[in-house]
Design a binder for this molecule. Structure first.
Ligand code: G16
Length: 565
């Protein structure tokens, strides 16, 4: 029997998940995030939203229960759109309205309005949402809430994919919508196949320089990397911080910790691990940063050398540029460009660009522009912004300094590589085309992926025959410092110019400008976090002492002028 009011089921189900009184939710940089115990109503409602998104797009949608780098007690939810990328920004407003609906604007009314605006008719078609979670304790019950939300929408089914990394779920959504099976084993097969092909296409006789040590942040990446290692066999890894003995997720471990604090994670020892190649991933395995300890020049104690997202991107960019150079017939000077603008027979000018945020170390931007001759653009923080810009190129690389990034290939270019690459005149060109084709499979096209990232870094190091130290010398980072400042309400700060300037409190920006002017090579900015209840401060200067001092001074200004607590 057909239900005449498709929202009646939904109303009943929603009653099971009352929103916590007085709490306001915002979709933020990467979905809803807060203490896991407060999220059931939000997750239920995001389930409803994802189901409606599936009906609207007539495609499979993804829902990931994770709070990534946040503390274990937090949790969160993000929506993956049909192409595997982040939820389209036009729908973030709906997400906010639906999550915050209450007495003054009841949920069913909010949903009805949205369905009218989007012309969605529940009951007349079917949809599907893939669901997964990371290893957090609050995961299972939130997953249940999401499932109930999805299935409260008539005609939409939830498919539980279990425990996955965030990028795996995004990859599956993309693959499924492109008509492949899109299972977890497909994911591992695709990455492994591409990795082996790239090894075969590489210089012979080069082997890896010692075991890679992986800090898994006590999160979901540990099991997945172990599986990858077993499948591949070509990867010599030692896995640490797997979270198997009750160690706490993201606590003194992981990519966010190592990148922000610039200290070794738990279970690493400066002396024992001296000079060894190490990598930290984050709680849901969508970020990676490399590091090693080395003897400092003037002190006797070992120091940590961080190879952050910027340096990973620089490695990727120079590798891609090398491949393009092997394919092209005409380069920059011939077509009168300042920047690297390769022309490919039968394809035309290949647009190759780089996307960074204000957190990118100034030295990395200079290296990319001046040494590699590449076009670099800046966007606000948040993968959704970077991804969109990078997708406009034939090959676009985006990375945040915190280690989140990927290499995107335009489909028409991949098509050219696969169809026409083989008819290039020179053998080097044909090889390079094959390599680029394989990179487009190895590197997750949906979102930044620590597993893809590790494989790609390890490959390039083998191609180059480089140790981590040799890679580190491609440029020298300007000393930098990051801080968090607690304020009463971080939304009082709004920014402009890709987050490099404060808009809402002119006195604050003026005071920051005055402070920065006192430092050699000084640069600083502040912005409200979209994932934690803090204001972030970034500073760069000629020496570490000065960068620390600039960050501290700017932090104090935020405290004074933006309601510090
Ligand atoms: C998320 C976003 C990233 C962003 C990070 C920090 O990462 O996906 O783009 O850089 O949050 O954002 P904010 O500075 O606004 O707190 P993750 O890995 O936590 O999902």
């Amino acid at each position: 029997e057909m239900d005449l009011d498709p929202l009646s089921v939904l109303r009943d189900a929603a009653a099971e998940f009352p929103p916590p009184p007085g709490k306001k939710f915002s979709y933020g940089t990467a979905g809803f995030r807060t203490d896991g115990s407060l999220l059931h109503s939000t997750v239920f409602r995001t389930g409803v939203l994802a189901a409606l998104r599936s009906l609207k797009t007539e495609k499979v949608i993804g829902l990931m229960i994770t709070a990534s780098h946040n503390q274990e007690a937090d949790n969160g939810i993000k929506v993956a759109d049909p192409d595997g990328g982040m939820l389209t920004m036009d729908w973030e407003e709906y997400a906010d309205i639906v999550a915050n609906a209450g007495e003054s604007n009841p949920l069913s009314k909010a949903l009805e309005e949205m369905m009218n605006r989007e012309d969605i008719h529940v009951g007349s078609s079917s949809g599907k949402v893939l669901l997964a979670r990371d290893t957090r304790r609050s995961g299972p019950s939130l997953l249940e809430a999401a499932r109930k939300g999805i299935e409260a929408v008539q005609g939409v089914i939830a498919e539980d994919k279990g425990i996955l990394t965030t990028p795996q779920l995004h990859w599956m959504v993309r693959a499924t919508n492109k008509g492949s099976v899109g299972s977890e084993s497909d994911y591992f097969d695709t990455l492994s196949r591409a990795f082996r092909l790239l090894l075969d296409l590489g210089p012979s006789g080069v082997s890896e320089k010692g075991t890679l040590i992986v800090d898994c942040s006590n999160g979901v990446g540990a099991g997945k990397l172990t599986y990858l290692q077993e499948t591949l066999k070509d990867l010599d890894m030692e896995i640490r911080n797997a979270g198997r003995d009750g160690e706490v997720l993201n606590y003194l471990v992981g990519a966010d910790f190592v990148q922000k604090e610039k200290v070794l994670p738990q279970n690493f020892d400066a002396t024992r691990d001296l000079g060894r190649r190490c990598v930290s991933i984050d709680g849901d395995a969508d970020r990676l940063v490399y590091f090693y300890t080395g003897q400092s020049v003037n002190e006797s104690k070992p120091v940590l050398h961080l190879l952050d997202g910027d340096k990973i991107m620089a490695l990727f960019a120079s590798f891609i540029a090398d491949q393009l150079r092997s394919i092209v017939i005409v380069t920059d000077s011939a077509v009168g460009h300042e920047t690297f603008a390769p022309l490919i027979p039968g394809y035309g000018a290949v647009k190759f660009g780089i996307v960074q945020t204000a957190y990118a170390n100034g030295a990395s931007t200079r290296y990319l522009q001046q040494n590699l001759g590449l076009e670099v653009v800046l966007t606000p923080t948040g993968v959704k912004y970077l991804h969109e810009k990078a997708a406009a190129y034939d090959i676009g690389i985006y990375f945040e300094a915190n280690g989140h990034g990927t290499i995107l290939f335009k489909e028409s270019f991949v098509h050219w590589l696969k169809e026409d690459g083989d008819s290039l005149p020179a053998v080097e060109g044909r090889m390079a085309a094959k390599r680029l084709g394989a990179v487009s499979e190895l590197v997750n096209q949906a979102v930044g992926d620590a597993l893809s990232g590790i494989l790609m870094v390890e490959l390039i190091l083998r191609y180059q025959g480089w140790s981590i130290e040799e890679w580190d010398t491609i440029y020298t980072d300007l000393p930098s410092r990051q801080l968090k400042v607690k304020v009463v309400d971080r939304s009082v700060i709004t920014t402009t110019a890709a987050e490099t300037r404060v808009k809402s409190i002119p006195e604050l920006q003026e005071a920051i400008d005055n402070e920065v002017a006192k430092y050699e090579a000084g640069r600083a900015f502040v912005r409200p976090s979209g994932t934690e209840d803090v204001v972030r401060v970034y500073a760069e200067a000629a020496t570490q002492e000065l960068a620390d001092k600039l960050a501290r001074e700017v932090g104090l200004l935020v405290h004074q002028l933006a309601g510090g607590v």
